[in-house]
Write a protein that binds this ligand. Structure first.
Ligand code: GLC
Length: 676
């Protein structure tokens, strides 16, 4: 009886599909096979829903897609079930979205999918080096970016993150993070065809394009928000809208403020809505409601549509904020990870060449979940930003002391081996001084005092500071004070050039190179060079002249590329030449060192000299120990510590020469045992 029923359902589901798509019926009632098929009923339905959108795939393609569904459907379903009571129906709709996009996926990208299925560690390989730029500030337009691929290749770049380029709202738009239309390119940058052409051009040069997927909010001008403002109930349900202050006030009790200066509070009254709408960031960035499955389906469709244009990595912007829960700070909620798992599983089926990068600037204990922990282990984003590493580099440069750095890294949770960090020194955002009180106390410091020291230091207010930066979003209620500024200005180059003192200029350059060596050499992921840092570009004080930027001093470190300055990289003896070739040399060394593969963990080593940072990378081809001098004084070479690590004849892989007898100011060495 049961067997007949199962057979009937299967026939219905697979009706109209080619013969090889059909799943065989069970043989005996109550048999092992029947139970299995019952367990896989949704899987079959899912496959049928997907295949129904695709015409008649041939036998090979069917087998491939069936294998993908078998592998990822359970993860998709588990993710959906954790958030949506109507999960099976959502899965059914997702199947159609996937099928429709699969049917449109260009042949070249299908080939890339296949390649990536066979090279799942493509983003972990030692040659994966990233570059972050605003398309307009780097090259005017998308076509312009295409004309500068040679420059990126010269540096050794294999991954390009172009900052928000989809159509933003007019006027203030948070650097493009207030998107009015995800299916249109900003007209001054070009068209969707230009984006597609650029993706292809980059791909042919071995460079993967990363794009922001702003999934926590849309602009008040986005069609969903417009429809909500017109009173359409379908679209009102895409947002969090409250008729009065009761719930907003209840939420506010535990919510922090992201931009207390220019966007206090987390809710905005909107006349047209006649309601308070949730706006975590600016009042014109409306948080979308991910508890509504329609939102999930919209974003899934969008991801796959953009993936079909050739986008290979999606930076999941502000992902930590995407689920709200009363009585919490509404970040890092478990549902965020369930949703990411569902999205990722769907994308693995539809476009396996694509990877996710989580932008979660949160505490280490919360951060690790974005690369997968517990039941989501290995099932969420492939990449996430290593904010702690960035903060600790700046902290040790200011204090010339690495004990807090070593402590923080040793307490840092280990990531799943199939994932990678995005490591960086600067990006388009401010630096939040995320020093943990526990780590600070463990090395005899006060967390709040050290955070204050760092913000004073990088504002250039601390006596003897080399830095030039600005305070960002000072919050008197919490004492929080973040920092804006370019890497070179924060590392002392601006002040040194003003002084004209060659010794100070030299130290600033060495400091910049040391900082780069640490995040490039860290090795658990893709190092990201922030546009202009490879030339030592300074703060851009002109931002204050632009009305749309003047209230947001993060524009201090979002300069326009200075191509005349870039030319000086060819001229020996210039600052640009030293920094560019210093960084390029580090990237070249990294690409040839097998120990830099991101699957292998990095461990910070305790040793007696507080000015030195030692990092160990264990690898079947031998151990690599990195030595960094965070002071402007010479330091003795740590022979003993190296010996304890079994490196008795240390050989520096950056310069490809035996290690020196002492460490000069800001020295950086990547040491292995001398090759025989
Ligand atoms: C991310 C971006 C930041 C933006 C915010 C809101 O944190 O990096 O620039 O302001 O999201 O979209």
């Amino acid at each position: 009886m049961k067997a007949r029923l199962a057979q009937k359902v299967l026939t219905k589901l697979t009706h109209g599909l080619p013969r090889h798509c059909k799943i065989k019926p069970p043989t005996r009632p109550g048999s092992q096979r029947l139970r299995k098929i019952h367990g896989r009923m949704d899987e079959a339905l899912f496959f049928a829903g997907m295949a129904g959108q695709m015409g008649a795939p041939d036998a090979y393609r069917t087998a491939d897609l069936q294998a993908r569904v078998r592998r990822h459907f359970p993860d998709l379903m588990a993710g959906l079930q954790a958030v949506y009571p109507q999960a099976p129906a959502v899965a059914g709709r997702a199947a159609q979205v996937i099928g429709r996009n699969l049917a449109e996926r260009p042949a070249e990208l299908l080939a890339l999918d296949l390649e990536r299925i066979h090279t799942p560690d493509w983003f972990q390989q030692p040659h994966m080096h990233g570059y972050i730029a605003y398309a307009d500030r780097f090259a005017g337009t998308l076509k312009g970016v295409g004309q500068h691929i040679g420059y990126l290749k010269e540096l050794g770049i294999r991954y390009l993150h172009l900052m928000p380029l989809l159509l933003p709202r007019e006027g203030e738009n948070d650097g493009g993070y207030a998107v009015a239309d995800y299916r249109q390119v900003r007209p001054d940058l070009g068209s969707m065809e230009d984006l597609e052409a650029l993706c292809t051009q980059l791909r042919h040069e071995g460079i993967s394009l990363c794009l922001d997927l702003v999934l926590n909010h849309v602009a008040r001008e986005h069609p969903w928000a417009q429809a909500a403002r017109r009173g359409d109930p379908r679209y009102r349900a895409y947002f969090y809208i409250y008729p009065d202050r009761t719930l907003p006030d209840a939420f506010e009790r535990t919510l922090p403020e992201v931009f207390p200066d220019f966007a206090p509070g987390n809710f905005t009254w909107d006349e047209e809505l006649q309601g308070w709408v949730w706006t975590t960031f600016n009042r014109w960035q409306w948080d979308v409601n991910w508890s509504n499955p329609e939102v999930f389906l919209e974003y899934l469709d969008l991801i796959l549509w953009l993936a079909n244009k050739g986008v290979e990595v999606f930076r999941l912007d502000a992902i930590a904020f995407t689920w709200k829960r009363l009585g919490t700070h509404c970040q890092n909620q478990p549902e965020v990870h369930a949703l990411t798992q569902a999205l990722r599983a769907a994308v693995r089926i539809a476009a396996p060449a694509v990877a996710f990068k989580a932008e979660a600037i949160v505490a280490p204990e919360d951060l690790i979940a974005y690369l997968g922990s517990g039941k989501h282990y290995g099932k969420v984003s492939e990449l996430a930003y290593h904010n702690t590493l960035m903060v600790q580099i700046w902290s040790s440069l200011a204090s010339r002391d690495t004990r807090l750095f070593t402590q923080a890294l040793r307490r840092f949770p280990q990531k799943p081996p199939s994932t990678a960090w995005a490591t960086y020194l600067r990006c388009h955002d401010d630096i939040g001084w995320a020093i943990s009180d526990t780590d600070a106390a463990a090395v005899g410091l006060s967390g709040p005092a050290h955070r204050r020291f760092l913000s004073d230091f990088y504002r250039g207010e601390f006596p003897g500071s080399f830095a030039r930066g600005l305070h960002f979003q000072e919050n008197p209620a919490t004492g929080d004070r973040r920092t804006s500024g370019s890497a070179a200005s924060l590392a002392g180059l601006e002040a040194a050039l003003e002084s004209g003192n060659p010794r100070l200029i030299n130290l600033a350059i060495e400091r910049i190179l040391l900082a780069h060596a640490v995040f490039i050499g860290y090795g658990e992921g893709i190092p990201l060079i922030y546009m202009g840092d490879e030339l030592g570009m300074l703060n851009d004080y002109d931002y204050a002249q632009e009305p749309a930027h003047q209230d947001d001093n993060r524009w201090l470190h979002r300069p326009r590329m200075d191509w005349a300055k870039a030319q000086k990289r060819h001229q020996e003896g210039t600052v640009e030449h030293r920094i560019f070739h210093g960084i390029k040399g580090l990237l070249q060394a990294r690409a040839r060192i097998p120990q830099m593969h991101a699957a292998f963990p990095t461990q910070a080593l305790w040793q007696p000299n507080p000015h030195l940072l030692l990092l160990r990378r264990e690898h079947p081809q031998g151990r690599l120990v990195q030595v960094y001098n965070f002071s402007e004084q010479d330091q003795p070479f740590p022979f003993e510590a190296l010996q304890q690590e079994g490196i008795v004849q240390p050989f520096d892989q950056i310069t490809q020469a035996p290690a020196p007898a002492y460490l000069g100011p800001y020295a950086r060495l990547w040491l292995t045992q001398r090759p025989v």
